[in-house]
Design a protein around this ligand. Structure first.
Ligand code: PHE
Length: 313
């Protein structure tokens, strides 16, 4: 048995030998069972044999285990010079990207960011904006009304009112956020985004408005942008204009603007004989689509990672 243990070539083989020796029917187990009948001398012999065999098994086991580890170390190793695995990382959504850019530009021009609720009350979305209940502009906007008379805000102009009510004048603020109207096609989504600007002080004029819009658009599109204004109508501005921007050889409609109507200032307890200023509002989605060459507004909200990856981000 001793030679067999010494010559065992694997842990498995050693385990078989061990159970032949010390298992239930093992040779050593049988001898130990007879101890009570043995003389002292014989007992000492069995004990010595028992200890020797156990020692041999232990030794061989350690030897075989070490050999296994060494064999593994010889064949397996980590090549620390290999390239790491590429981890795919996310990018900002085109709207988030353009939001950051537009906010930075407006802030650099002295406009402070304001926010307001997306579920608005009638006062802030319509009445204070010189749009009383009978006013046709309420239909014009195809609003989503709630049962309690509140409305999913149809325009970020509501935030102008909140800002003026809270801090009064002079004020130079902008708001940027979701707006809601019942419309849906390739260039209209029932939820879309607007950017709103307001500047009220003692000497603010229409030319400040034009310069502000031109600077904002030029900085955003990183080139000199030509703009033009056309007479228009909004209940909350007088005079009202729509502004277009030159894009290639076309004029693109960008948004609405004008000098804030005296009634709006009065709604916010501001004296229109002392203070005046401009407001503008336009589609943030549109800006992002133009800048990044995207043609379907609905893609912004599909969450399709393949489209987002290919949209230049
Ligand atoms: N609120 C207008 C719209 O949604 C845009 C606008 C804002 C016009 C501010 C004039 C002044 O169409």
């Amino acid at each position: 048995m001793k030679d067999k243990i010494k010559n065992a070539s694997s842990i498995e083989e050693l385990q078989v030998l061990y159970s032949d020796t010390f298992g239930k029917n093992g040779t050593m187990t049988a001898k130990l069972k007879t101890m009570a009948t043995l003389s002292n001398e014989e007992r000492a012999k069995v004990n010595a044999e028992n200890a020797e065999l156990r020692g041999l098994f232990k030794e061989k086991q350690t030897e075989l285990e070490n050999a296994a580890i060494n064999a593994k170390l010889a064949t397996e190793y980590v090549d620390v010079t290999l390239d790491g695995e590429q981890i795919a990382h996310g990018t900002l959504h085109p709207l988030t990207q353009s939001l950051k850019e537009l906010s930075a530009i407006l802030e650099s021009m002295g406009f402070g960011l304001w926010t307001g609720p997306e579920i608005e009350d009638d006062w802030h979305n319509f009445t204070a904006l010189n749009t009383p209940e009978y006013h046709p502009a309420r239909d014009m906007q195809d609003s989503f009304f709630m049962e309690n008379g509140n409305v999913m805000r149809t325009q970020t102009s509501s935030v102008q009112i909140r800002a003026m009510e809270q801090v009064g004048v002079p004020i130079k603020m902008f708001a940027i956020g979701s707006t809601y109207r019942k419309e849906m096609d390739a260039t209209h989504s029932p939820m879309f985004h607007q950017i709103e600007g307001l500047y009220i002080d003692k000497n603010v004029t229409m030319s400040d408005l034009i310069a502000t819009l031109r600077t904002l658009l030029s900085k955003f599109f990183e080139r000199d942008i030509e703009i033009r204004i056309r007479p228009s109508y909004f209940p909350f501005t007088e005079p009202s204009v729509e502004f277009d921007m030159k894009w290639g050889d076309k004029w693109l409609e960008m948004g609405g603007a004008g000098m804030v109507h005296p009634n709006v200032l009065k709604s916010c307890k501001i004296n229109p004989d002392e203070y005046q200023g401009f407001a503008f509002g336009f589609g943030w989605d549109r800006m992002a689509m133009l800048k990044y060459g995207l043609n379907d507004i609905r893609k912004f909200y599909d969450g399709d990672i393949r489209w987002l990856k290919n949209s230049g981000f």
